[in-house]
Design a protein. Structure first.
Length: 334
């Protein structure tokens, strides 16, 4: 097996809620209020091969966007190591790190919020490649026109502003801006969630065409299983900061292993009828500030046993290419 293009080893991210002035004053009087930490991402291992599309799924607050930002180099991990083409980011020179940040680009959910409303499209797309020395300023016009065509935008509109485009077109501008620095890996964070369903399909097809044309690798973050099924080679499911299951897409949808994955499938309305025999998920996702002990899923799991409340199940290989974190896998039947 070839080494993954991007490898995450035991990546964790903690956010600490600092005490405000009132709490600090209350502590002077003996209130004993303590700072609270959220383990947004908790010891995640993940390898993504060159050319692969990995779908990262979970409910809001499960840590998937935080993980995406860490992969894209927008946020640092609290612990763990990221390797790009076999080299740890921590061991990279400044120049290698800069190259990594160009090679890995992120596309966000809200195309409008991520585009500067006061910049013309040609500057939004062309500024970074000029700044990074990938093209000369004199080449910018032609370069931007080519990129606009590649993402399905009319280059005649390159002097317009973002508000003069529709939602789907704005997302295409975001894609062109990401492509402008010639990336190898794209992190899409809910990249079609804000678009109408018909436009979603068009943008998903654009991602797939670009994969073919440019050999891109994707980490596709979404809460929408139907979208992930359409686009991914492999699916990784996260729950409260932990990876609970990972499998090739077809296998995961045909025979999910983890009770949380089964519950997610039961809730996905657009999936085919034969997948309806799972029990829908019960209750709300617990607060990441105070996650349940043991298996984080135990308060919502229909199969929870006594040990689930105290012992976190490790992520284990359950079949070639398939991983799951559930104590049921150690028993005779699942
Ligand atoms: Fe359910 Fe226990 Fe498996 Fe967690 S470890 S998913 S609580 S059976």
């Amino acid at each position: 097996m070839t080494a993954p293009m991007i490898e995450l080893r035991q990546i964790s991210k903690r956010f600490v809620w600092r005490l405000d002035l009132a709490s600090r004053l209350a502590n002077l009087l003996g209130a004993g209020i303590r700072e609270r930490a959220v383990h947004a991402v908790n010891h995640v291992d993940l390898g993504i091969a060159e050319g692969e599309v990995v779908g990262l799924v979970g409910e809001s607050g499960c840590g998937k966007s935080t993980l995406g930002r860490i992969v894209a180099g927008i946020m640092d991990a609290s612990e763990g190591e990221i390797r790009f083409r076999g080299k740890a980011l921590s061991a990279m020179t400044e120049e290698e790190r800069r190259d990594y940040k160009l090679a890995v680009q992120m596309i966000f959910q809200d195309p409008y919020a991520s585009l500067n409303p006061r910049m013309r499209v040609e500057d939004i797309i062309g500024e970074a490649p000029v700044a990074h020395g990938l093209i000369r300023r004199s080449e910018m016009g032609e370069y931007v026109e080519k990129l606009m065509q590649q993402v399905g935008l009319d280059p005649r509109y390159r002097r317009r502003y973002p508000h003069q485009f529709s939602g789907g077109q704005r997302q295409r501008i975001g894609v062109a801006r990401a492509l402008a620095v010639q990336p190898r890996f794209i992190v899409c964070d809910e990249a079609v969630a804000a678009l109408d369903v018909s436009i979603q399909a068009q943008v998903l097809n654009l991602f797939m065409d670009l994969r073919e044309q440019l050999g891109l690798t994707y980490l596709f973050i979404s809460h929408n299983l139907a979208v992930v099924e359409h686009i991914s080679d492999r699916v990784v499911i996260m729950y409260l900061g932990r990876v609970v299951e990972s499998a090739p897409t077809e296998e995961l949808f045909a025979a999910p292993n983890h009770p949380y994955t089964k519950a997610l499938l039961a809730e996905a309305p657009k999936l085919v009828a034969e997948r309806r025999d799972y029990t829908p998920i019960k209750g709300e996702i617990p607060s990441p500030l105070d996650p349940p002990t043991g298996c984080h899923f135990h308060p919502r799991c229909p199969f929870a046993m006594a040990r689930c409340k105290t012992e976190a199940p490790p992520l284990r290989e359950i079949a070639p290419g398939r991983m799951s974190a559930c104590h049921l896998n150690e028993m005779a039947t699942v």
